[in-house]
Design a protein around this ligand. Structure first.
Ligand SMILES: NC(=O)C1=CN([C@@H]2O[C@H](COP(=O)(O)OP(=O)(O)OC[C@H]3O[C@@H](n4cnc5c(N)ncnc54)[C@H](O)[C@@H]3O)[C@@H](O)[C@H]2O)C=CC1
Ligand SMILES: CC(C)CC(=O)C(=O)O
Ligand SMILES: [Mg+2]
Length: 367
C-alpha cells in the first residue's frame, strides 16, 4: 500500500502555532500506530503573498490537487487589509476550495462534557450536544458574479451576487441526507425563501432530493429563525444543511455552544477521486486570530480535531479518529484549558504547546 499523502498549509497568525501541535500528533501516529503519512508543507495566505506576491502560488494549487488530503491552519491578518481583493490572503483559501471543488463543508459542533459549564448558554441546553452543519462551500454569494465596487451617479455601490444552480443545491443536499442517514435521520434545511429567490429554489431542490431519502425527517427553517433556534434549543437539530453565507455565520454561532471557536473543526469534501475517497481539505473553523497570534495562547484543539476528521473521511481510520477524539476528551476532563476555555477571570491557562503535549500523553495512555 502506498503511503497516504498530506499537504500541510499552516498559513498566517495562529495557523502555524496550532499546526505545530498537529505535526506532533501526525508524528505520534507514525511512531506508535505504524500509520505514516507522506507530509509536505507549503504557503497559503499572507505568507504566500509576502514570498510570491500571490496568496496561492500555482505550484501549491497543483500540489493540493494531487495529494490525498490538505490540512490548512488559517489565513489573514490586518497587515493585508488594504490589498486589492484578488491579492488578499482569504482569496488563496477560496481558490483552494473552488478549484478542488470542495462543495460540502462539514462543521460538527459537539459539546464535550468537561466544557458544558463553560458555554455561554446554560448547561442543560448544551450538555451532550452533537450536531453537524453542512455548509455549501463553492458557490453562493462568496463567488457569484457580478461583484465589485462600482461608481453610480455620484456615489460608490458595493455588489455581491447570491447565485445557486439546481445541481449545486442537489449535490450538497445529497451529501447532507447521506450524513443524516448515518446519524439520527433528521435534516433541517435553512435558507430565506421568504425574501430570496435562491432560497425558494434551495427549498424546492432539497425537498425533491428528500424523496430519495424517505427515512430522513426533513424540515425547513428560515435562516434567521434557525440562528435563534440554535441558541434557544440546539439539541432539536441533528444535521443542518445551508448555503455558503448562512453556513459561515451559523457555524461560528454554533462554536459558542461548544465553549470556544478554538474547538470547532471542519472537513471540506468534494467528489470522489480515483481511490474512492473524496477530494478533501481539513481546517479549523476559526481564523488567524491576530489578537493572540505569537503569544502561545491559541487553542490547537480545532486543528487537531480537523486531523481526526481527515483520519475518518480521507484515510479510512475511523477507530484512530475516535482514539484522538477520546484523547482530547480526556485532556479536557483532566482540566487542561487554554485561555479561551477559561473566560475573563480565568487563571493558569496552559499554552498551545502544553495542550499539544497533553494530547500526546493522552494518546500514549490510550495504548
Ligand atoms: N479559515 C480561515 O482561514 C479564516 C480566516 N479568517 C481571517 O482571520 C482573520 C481574523 O478574523 P476574525 O474575525 O478575528 O476571526 P478569528 O476566528 O480569527 O478570531 C475570532 C476570535 O476568536 C478567537 N480565536 C479564534 N481561534 C482561536 C483559537 N484557536 N484559540 C483561541 N482563541 C481563538 C480570536 O482570538 C478572536 O478573539 C481575518 O483576516 C479573517 O479574514 C477568518 C475566518 C476563517
Ligand atoms: C474565506 C474565509 C475567511 C471565510 C470564512 O470566514 C470561513 O470560511 O469560515
Ligand atoms: Mg467563517
Amino acid at each position: 500500500m502506498t503511503t497516504p499523502s498530506l499537504l500541510i498549509l499552516p498559513g498566517d497568525g495562529i495557523g502555524p502555532e496550532v499546526m505545530a501541535e498537529v505535526r506532533k500528533v501526525i508524528d505520534w501516529y507514525g511512531a506508535k500506530r505504524d500509520l505514516a503519512f507522506d507530509v509536505s508543507e507549503d504557503l497559503v495566505g499572507g505568507c504566500a503573498y509576502d514570498k510570491h506576491g500571490t496568496p496561492l502560488h500555482d505550484d501549491t494549487m497543483a500540489k493540493a490537487q494531487e495529494v490525498d488530503a490538505v490540512l490548512l491552519g488559517a489565513v489573514g491578518g490586518p497587515q493585508y487589509d488594504s490589498l486589492d481583493f484578488s491579492l488578499k490572503p482569504e482569496r488563496g483559501l477560496l481558490r483552494l476550495r473552488k478549484e478542488m471543488d470542495l462543495f460540502a463543508n462539514l462543521r460538527p459542533a459537539q459539546c464535550f462534557d468537561a466544557l458544558a459549564d463553560f458555554s455561554s448558554l446554560k448547561k442543560d441546553v448544551v450538555a451532550g450536544l452533537d450536531i453537524m452543519i453542512v455548509r455549501e462551500l463553492t458557490s453562493g454569494i462568496y463567488f457569484g458574479e457580478p461583484r465589485g465596487i462600482i461608481e453610480e451617479g455620484n456615489e460608490r455601490v458595493g455588489i455581491n451576487t447570491q447565485r445557486y444552480t439546481e445541481s449545486e443545491i442537489d449535490r450538497v443536499a445529497r451529501n447532507a441526507f447521506e450524513l443524516a442517514m448515518r446519524r439520527n435521520k433528521k435534516l433541517c434545511s435553512m435558507e430565506k425563501a421568504n425574501v430570496m429567490e435562491s432560497g425558494v429554489l434551495w427549498r424546492e431542490v432539497v425537498t425533491e432530493v428528500g424523496k430519495d431519502y424517505p427515512e430522513v425527517e426533513l424540515s425547513h427553517m428560515y435562516a434567521d429563525a434557525g440562528a435563534m433556534q440554535l441558541c434557544r434549543w440546539p439539541k432539536q437539530f441533528d444535521v443542518i444543511v445551508t448555503d455558503n453565507l448562512f453556513g459561515d455565520l451559523l457555524s461560528d454561532a454554533a462554536a459558542m455552544l461548544t465553549g470556544s471557536l478554538g474547538m470547532l473543526p471542519s472537513a471540506s469534501l468534494g467528489a470522489p477521486m480515483a481511490n474512492g475517497r473524496p477530494k478533501a481539505m481539513y481546517e479549523p473553523v476559526h481564523g488567524s486570530a491576530p489578537d493572540i497570534a505569537g503569544q502561545g495562547k491559541a487553542n490547537p484543539i480545532a486543528c487537531v480535531l480537523s486531523f481526526a476528521m481527515a483520519l475518518r473521511y480521507s484515510f479510512d481510520q475511523g477507530e484512530e479518529a475516535t482514539r484522538l477524539e477520546k484523547a482530547i476528551e480526556k485532556v479536557l476532563a483532566d482540566g487542561y484549558r487554554t485561555a479561551d476555555l477559561l473566560g475573563e477571570e480565568g487563571k493558569d491557562p496552559v499554552s498551545t504547546s502544553q495542550m499539544g503535549d497533553a494530547i500526546i500523553a493522552a494518546l500514549d495512555a490510550s495504548l
